[in-house]
Every structure is written in structure tokens, then in C-alpha cells.
Design a protein around this ligand. Structure first.
Ligand SMILES: Nc1ncnc2c1ncn2[C@@H]1O[C@H](COP(=O)(O)OP(=O)(O)OP(=O)(O)O)[C@@H](O)[C@H]1O
Length: 664
């Protein structure tokens, strides 16, 4: 029993390998078709295959539906040939079904070894097909993945195309940004842009068509995939139906086994009742025997004969009954034996059924797992395909929108260009007319200019005539000026080369008001009272060129000095200095107070202003060099406040007078 299935396993492997070889060396699509045909109960089998497929039902019918009666040679021939490999799965399942039914119903669970080998072979073939199907599903899954990658690469290409259209649009927009160009250039550029736009439009149309074609192809592929998926679903449903049928059969077998057990129990009950009846008859017979012994002898003699007759009859009856009992006991033993055998068989069958149940259960589980896996994979693939198609549609929609947008932009640009062209044409015509006008006005201006030039010439001639006395006068101007200067300075000398002015400052705000010693302020004399002396000596009169009272302004003081500044520029030496005790107002008069305004500026600033003003007014005739020197005289020490040379910083009074007067 053990060696046979092993041999058959080897054979089945050979058959499996030969089938895979016959299905075309690693040619995937051919393999797929062959394996599919096995599971799909092919409706159009080809010649040899068709013959092989019909062998199973033929064998079954020839032997009146009994696999057990098949000759060993035929079974081994079946197993050796490639008929198992080429038979449809439904036939293989029906063979398994038939063998199981036969063993349960007709042979009481007994399966002949040959049929068992056939059964194992068929089951192995079914298992092999399931594993092949699993492999195919994996290959299909890989195919789906490769296709998905292909789709993704196509999507990327489409996206690149879409982004390309965007960039082109951007470039077009950039191009359209150059508006301020000469008119001719603009017209040429416009033509060029139109041509480029036309070419780009045709390119875009081609791209659009290509994308449409691509989308249609992708849709077709998706439809094909859906069809394939539907076929797989059908196959899965069919397999589920098969499994359900097998389950039903198994349930029926269980029912049959239960019925057989019930029958055996009924037989046992019958045997026990028969035993009880036999016991009762034995007891009755013993009672009769005792009765016969107790009857009187008289009656015995009389009745002996009758009784003997009866006894003989009874003996005969007993013998018969004994015989019957023996027969019954023999029968019982046989029944017992039969019951034992049946029990044993039932147990064996139960074990077999339980193993088969387990096998079926595992097969069912595996099958269900595969089914669920296939379902989930198919659902995933469907979802992915749906997702892809949605994405494709979205991308297409986007592309369409972009194309529409770019068309709208192009249209608006075209309209703008047209408007600009019109405006430019109008501007050009307007400029032409204005140029014409300008030409005319230029002609008239030209004539005017010629006229003006003539007039100007005449004027120039007239001016030349008029200028002659003026030139003569200008020639005498310098002599007149020199005479004037001389007269002015002579006047100054007459006024006095050395002039002494007196200025009386007012009381400083916040200073305690005291009695002034100035008794009287005149034009040029001043009376000062000396309270410590009496009489004539109490009042003393001082004379000056002019006296400025406490209410006098800076401008009034400078007004008397201003003429000396003009003398400086005429080449005379002038010295202005202030003299007085501390706090008498020297700095105020010469420079002005801190933060001085135009009104409160002192003599120095005003003199410098005049120097520069007069020199600039005379610059056409005289060039002046103006220098500044600031010195400090303190304790008969003279210090140059502007020089950085330490060696010449300190002078004595003598060197000061030499330097001062030599430089001036
Ligand atoms: N004419 C004036 N009107 C109003 N204020 C004056 C006038 N003269 C002098 N002062 C004020 O008197 C004060 C003393 O004047 P200033 O400093 O000019 O005296 P000074 O003779 O230069 O003194 P020092 O010899 O100490 O330098 C100052 O506050 C100055 O503003």
C-alpha cells in the first residue's frame, strides 16, 4: 500500500513536468491560456485534448458507474497518460466525488488500492493546479505592478508635457512684456510672434491629440483589466460553488454513516428480544415437565401413550426449538460478528472520513485564503485602476483647462496686439501730420530767423556806432575812478586820520541800578561828575569825534566806520581797535554778543562782509588777495592764534610792529 502511492507521486510529477513543457517553454501568455482552459471548462477543446477529456466519463460509464471495477491496466494507463494533466478540473473533481460516493454508499467505506491510487493522483493533480493557479496569479500581480509603473511613467510624461506648456506660456508672456519699441520693430515682432504662436498652436494641438490617443489607449487597457478581473471573479465563484457542493456531499455521507449505525443498533435489539423469547419457552417447558411427573400413575398409564405421543411431539418440538435456538445462536454469532465487522468498518470509515474532513477542511481553508487573497488583490487592482483612471481624468481635465486658459490668454493677447497696432497706427498717422505741421512751422521759423538775423545785423551795426562813445568813456573810466578814489580818501583824511569814538554801554539786565556818573552826553563832548570833588573840579568834560549813547545800535556804530573799509580796498592802511576797562563793552562792539543776529553783529563781521562785497563788485577790474591774522597781546606778549608753527608763535612788540606794518 505504501509503495504504490509513492510510485504514483513520481509519475504525477513526471506528468506535471511534461505538461509544463508541452505548454510552451516558459512562454507566459501560452501557459496562462492553458491553465485558464483547465479551470474554465473549455467549450472548444482541440482534437487530442478533446479525446483525452472524454476518457473519464467513458471509463465511468463502461463499468456501470463503478471505479472499483475498473481493470488495473486501465487505471495505470490513465495515470501514466497525460490525460489527467489535460482533463478539466470539473472532471477531476467529479472523479473524486464519484470515488468517495462509491466507497461510502456501495462499498461501505472500502476503497480498493488501485482506486485509492487514482484518487490520490487526482487529488495531487488538483493541488498542483491550485499551486499553478497561485503562481499565475502572482505573475498577473507582477504584470499589474509593471503596468502600474508604466502608467506612472506615462503620467510623469504627461505632467512634463503639461509643465512644458506652462513654461511656453511664461516665455510668451515675457515676450509680450516688451512694449516700448520702435513701431517698425513692433510690427515685425508682431508678425514673428503670430508665426510662432501659430507653430506653437499646431504643436499644442498635436500634443493634445497625442494625449487623447494615450488616454483612449489607457482606458482600453483599463477595460481589458476589468474584463480579466471579471473572469477571475467568475472562476473564484465557481470554485466556491464546488467547495460548497463538496461540503453538501460530505454532509450526506455523514448522514449515511449515522443511518448505518442506527441499523446495527436495531439488529442488536432484535437479537436481544429473540433471546428473551427463547428463555420464556425454556421455562414453560420445564413447568410442563414437572406437571407430567406429578400426575397419577393411573392416569399415567392411560395417558402414557397419549403423553408419550405428546412427549414425543414435545421432544420433537424441543428438538426443533433446540435446533432453532442453535441456528438462532449461530445466526446471532454471525450477526455479532457482522456487527463487530461493521463497527470496525464504521470506525475505520469514521477515521477515514475525519481525515478526509480534515483534508477537505484544510483544502477549503487554503482555497478560501487564496480566494480572499485573490479577491483582495483584485479589489486592490481595481481600486488602483480606478484611482489611476481618476488621476488620468483629472490630469486630462487640468491639461484641457490649461489649454483653454492658454487659448484665452492667446486670444486676449491677440486682441491686445490688435488694439496696440491700431493705437500705434493712429499715433503714427498723428505724428506724420504733426511732422508735416512742424515742417511748415519750421519753414516759417526759418524765414523768421533769416529776417531776425537781418534785423540783428542792422542792430549790431547800430550798436557798434553807439558803442564808440561808450568805449571812449570806458577808457576814461579808470582815470575818473582813480580821481574819485583820491578825492574820497582825501575827504577821509580831512575828516581825520585818527578818530576816537566813545560808546556808553547801558546797565546790564539784572545789574543793580546805580547812579550814573555821566552828567551830560553831547554830540562830541561828554560831562562826567566826580562826587569826591567840589566846585569846578566836580565836573569834567571830555571831547571825542563822536559819542554813542547807551541806546545806540551796532549798525549806527558801524555806519561811521564803514568808509574806512572802502579805503582799505583802495590801498590805505586802516586800524580799528577798542579800548576800555573790563566789562565796558569792547567785545560787544567789535564782535557782538553770543549768538548774534544780523542786527547785533559787531564791527569785525560787518567790515569783513563789506570787504568781500566790494572786492567781488570790483573783480572785473581788480583782483584782491584777502588774508586774516589773529593775534593776542597780553602782558606785552604777542601770540599768533592761527599759526601751528611753535617757533613763530610768540613775538615781541617790536617784531609785531615791523611785521604788521610791512605786511599791510
Ligand atoms: N552797547 C551795549 N548794549 C548792551 N549790552 C552791552 C553793551 N555793551 C556791553 N554790553 C554788555 O556788557 C557786558 C560786558 O561787555 P564786554 O564783554 O563787551 O566788555 P569788555 O570790555 O569786552 O570786557 P573784557 O575787557 O573783560 O573783555 C556784556 O554782557 C555785554 O553784553
Amino acid at each position: 500500500m505504501n509503495s504504490q502511492p509513492n510510485n504514483h507521486t513520481t509519475e504525477s510529477k513526471d506528468v506535471g513536468s511534461s505538461s509544463s513543457n508541452s505548454s510552451g517553454n516558459n512562454n507566459l501568455p501560452q501557459k496562462k491560456i492553458l491553465s485558464d482552459s483547465k479551470f474554465q471548462h473549455s467549450t472548444e477543446p482541440s482534437g487530442a485534448l478533446n479525446q483525452v477529456r472524454h476518457r473519464f466519463p467513458d471509463v465511468f460509464q463502461q463499468k456501470g458507474g463503478s471505479y472499483a471495477d475498473l481493470p488495473a491496466a486501465k487505471i495505470s494507463e490513465l495515470m501514466k497518460s497525460s490525460s489527467l494533466d489535460n482533463a478539466p478540473t470539473q472532471s477531476l473533481l467529479s472523479v473524486v466525488n464519484g470515488i468517495l460516493e462509491e466507497s461510502v454508499e456501495r462499498r461501505n467505506g472500502e476503497i480498493p488500492p488501485r482506486v485509492a491510487c487514482l484518487l490520490r493522483k487526482v487529488v495531487q493533480e488538483i493541488e498542483r493546479r491550485i499551486s499553478t493557479q497561485q503562481g499565475h496569479l502572482r505573475t498577473q500581480n507582477n504584470l499589474f505592478k509593471t503596468r502600474e509603473e508604466k502608467y506612472q511613467s506615462r503620467i510623469r510624461v504627461l505632467e512634463a508635457l503639461a509643465s512644458g506648456t506652462n513654461e511656453e506660456n511664461i516665455i510668451k508672456e515675457e515676450k509680450s512684456a516688451h512694449d516700448s519699441k520702435p513701431i517698425e520693430k513692433i510690427v515685425i515682432e508682431e508678425k514673428k510672434t503670430k508665426d510662432i504662436n501659430h507653430v506653437e498652436k499646431t504643436k499644442e494641438d498635436e500634443k493634445k491629440k497625442e494625449i487623447d490617443r494615450e488616454v483612449i489607449r489607457l482606458m482600453k487597457e483599463v477595460e481589458d483589466k476589468n474584463m480579466e478581473k471579471k473572469e477571475i471573479d467568475k472562476e473564484v465563484k465557481r470554485l466556491i460553488k464546488d467547495v460548497e457542493e463538496k461540503n453538501m456531499e460530505k454532509k450526506e455521507i455523514d448522514k449515511e454513516v449515522k443511518r448505518l449505525i442506527k441499523e446495527v443498533e436495531e439488529k442488536n435489539m432484535e437479537i436481544s428480544t429473540f433471546k428473551q423469547e427463547l428463555e420464556k419457552m425454556k421455562k414453560r417447558y420445564e413447568v410442563q415437565c414437572t406437571k407430567i411427573e406429578n400426575i397419577e400413575r393411573k392416569d399415567i398409564d392411560k395417558e402414557v401413550e397419549g403423553k408419550n405421543m405428546e412427549k414425543r411431539e414435545v421432544d420433537e418440538e424441543i428438538m426443533r426449538l433446540k435446533k432453532e435456538v442453535e441456528e438462532k445462536s449461530m445466526e446471532k454469532k454471525e450477526i455479532d460478528k457482522e456487527v463487530m465487522r461493521l463497527k470496525k468498518e464504521v470506525e475505520e470509515k469514521n477515521v477515514e472520513i475525519s481525515t478526509m474532513k480534515q483534508e477537505l477542511e484544510t483544502m477549503k481553508n487554503r482555497y478560501e485564503e487564496q480566494c480572499s487573497k485573490l479577491k483582495s488583490e483584485a479589489e486592490d487592482v481595481e481600486l488602483e485602476l480606478k484611482q489611476k483612471s481618476r488621476e488620468h481624468e483629472a490630469i486630462m481635465e487640468k491639461l484641457r483647462n490649461k489649454v483653454r486658459e492658454s487659448e484665452a490668454i492667446m486670444e486676449s493677447k491677440y486682441q491686445k496686439w490688435n488694439m496696440k497696432q491700431n493705437i500705434i497706427q493712429k499715433a503714427v498717422s498723428f505724428q506724420f501730420s504733426s511732422i508735416q505741421k512742424l515742417k511748415l512751422s519750421w519753414e516759417s521759423i526759418k524765414q523768421d530767423v533769416v529776417k531776425e538775423r537781418m534785423i540783428y545785423k542792422e542792430e549790431c551795426n547800430r550798436l557798434g556806432v553807439n558803442l564808440k562813445p561808450l568805449v571812449h568813456a570806458a577808457e576814461n573810466y579808470q582815470t575818473v575812478l582813480a580821481e574819485n578814489r583820491k578825492l574820497f580818501n582825501e575827504l577821509q583824511e580831512l575828516k581825520g586820520n585818527i578818530r576816537v569814538y566813545c560808546r556808553i554801554r547801558p546797565f546790564i539786565p539784572g545789574q543793580k541800578e546805580k547812579q550814573s556818573i555821566v552828567e551830560r552826553i553831547g554830540e562830541s563832548d561828554l560831562v562826567v561828575a566826580n562826587p569826591s570833588k567840589q566846585g569846578k573840579e566836580a565836573l569834567k568834560t571830555f571831547k571825542f569825534n563822536k559819542i554813542f549813547g547807551p541806546t545806540s545800535t551796532q549798525a549806527e556804530v558801524y555806519d561811521d566806520i564803514q568808509d574806512f573799509i572802502r579805503s582799505v580796498l583802495d590801498g590805505f592802511n586802516v586800524c580799528i581797535f577798542a579800548y576800555g576797562q573790563t566789562g565796558s563793552g569792547k567785545t560787544y562792539t567789535m564782535s557782538g554778543p553770543n549768538g548774534a543776529t544780523n542786527e547785533s553783529l559787531g564791527v569785525n563781521y560787518r567790515a569783513l562782509n563789506d570787504l568781500f562785497n566790494i572786492s567781488s563788485s570790483r573783480q572785473s577790474s581788480i583782483v584782491y588777495d584777502i588774508g586774516v591774522q589773529i593775534i593776542e597781546i597780553y602782558n606785552e606778549q604777542v601770540r599768533d592764534l592761527l599759526t601751528t608753527d611753535i617757533s613763530v608763535k610768540n613775538w615781541d612788540i617790536e617784531s609785531l610792529s615791523t611785521k604788521w606794518f610791512s605786511s599791510t
